[in-house]
Design a protein around this ligand. Structure first.
Ligand SMILES: Nc1ncnc2c1ncn2[C@@H]1O[C@H](COP(=O)(O)OP(=O)(O)OP(=O)(O)O)[C@@H](O)[C@H]1O
Ligand SMILES: [Mg+2]
Length: 276
């Protein structure tokens, strides 16, 4: 379990408070999305989970242990963080070396490392890139490598900053399904994203952050149905959910499903009723 207790943070002593009294818990195995406007403090919040930033005031606890003074090297064994900008993360000469770095550092067995890398690389469709220089890859490929490189270490918490940015539809779906399967195995997954369709498909819960404070923390469906909150947060409601909500305004018992096949089915039933 991750727990923030009254966490406040400023980048410099005289500067503005970027995180403001944040208190929340995330349970083991949850798939949580953090959303909010540009500059709301999302990246700053994520960096508190792996100790890259430490609270100015308050505590961050993981499994009931205050991590505020825990060394980064130890934190890396528990929390994997994929940066918003992969260029700030990638440093090795080849993708292979990039993926090996974490588990080698942890002293894992070399056969185990090889197996894990092949599995992850296949999963992300980057096997053909293993001998390439990460900095010569396309933007989308680079992001995939940066995400893959935090998944090689079997940490119990994964924190991903804008993981779908620049990804095509197939890759997004693959990534979402993979993260979902990890969360079903008990790994806690936290993503910051502006991609509400991705969040609607995969995350169970959304924390909306505004000016370093939590504006609302509810189930994905409740947040994405709250049109006033979305408007206030400059978030656009996913189109299919919007359609379902509007249909429900016209037809009282219209089910609030946002899966396109189900929507078509539900519409068909309404039309058939109308014909009778
Ligand atoms: N290294 C830094 N030094 C000083 N101020 C910073 C630093 N990084 C971020 N900030 C400031 O902290 C605030 C929150 O930034 P943060 O990167 O956490 O926002 P964000 O919600 O992740 O935004 P985005 O959606 O654009 O990624 C912003 O006002 C930003 O200017
Ligand atoms: Mg950010």
């Amino acid at each position: 379990m991750i727990e923030f207790i009254d966490v406040s943070f400023s980048y410099d002593k005289k500067g503005i408070t970027v995180l403001n009294n944040l208190t929340f818990k995330i349970e083991k195995g949850e798939f949580v999305a953090i959303v909010g406007k540009n500059g709301a403090g999302k990246t700053t919040l994520l960096k508190h989970i792996n100790g890259l930033l430490r609270p100015t005031i308050g505590q961050v606890k993981i499994e009931d242990e205050n991590i505020v003074k825990k060394p980064l090297s130890e934190m890396a064994m528990t929390v994997g963080l994929a940066f918003q900008n992969p260029n700030h993360q990638l440093f090795a000469e080849t993708v292979m070396k990039e993926l090996e770095f974490g588990p080698k550092n942890l002293g894992s067995d070399s056969n185990e490392i090889e197996e894990k890398i092949q599995e992850i690389a296949e999963h992300f469709g980057i096997t053909h890139l293993l001998e390439r220089n990460p900095l010569e890859l396309s933007g989308g490929e680079r992001r995939l490598v940066s995400i893959a490189s935090v998944l090689t270490m079997n940490q119990s918490i994964l924190v991903l900053d804008e993981p779908t940015f620049g990804q095509d539809y197939r890759q997004k779906k693959r990534l979402g399904n993979f993260l979902k399967s990890l969360s079903e195995k008990g790994i806690t997954v936290i993503v910051v994203s502006h991609d509400l369709n991705f969040i609607l498909d995969f995350a169970q819960r959304i924390i909306v952050v505004s000016q370093g404070e939590i504006l609302k923390d509810e189930s994905t469906f409740d947040i994405l149905s709250d049109e006033i909150l979305l408007e206030k947060s400059d978030l656009a409601q996913p189109v299919l959910l919007n359609l379902a909500i509007n249909l429900r305004k016209r037809f009282d018992d219209f089910p609030l499903s946002y899966n396109s096949d189900e929507l078509v089915e539900n519409l068909q039933q309404i039309l058939q009723k109308g014909e009778k």
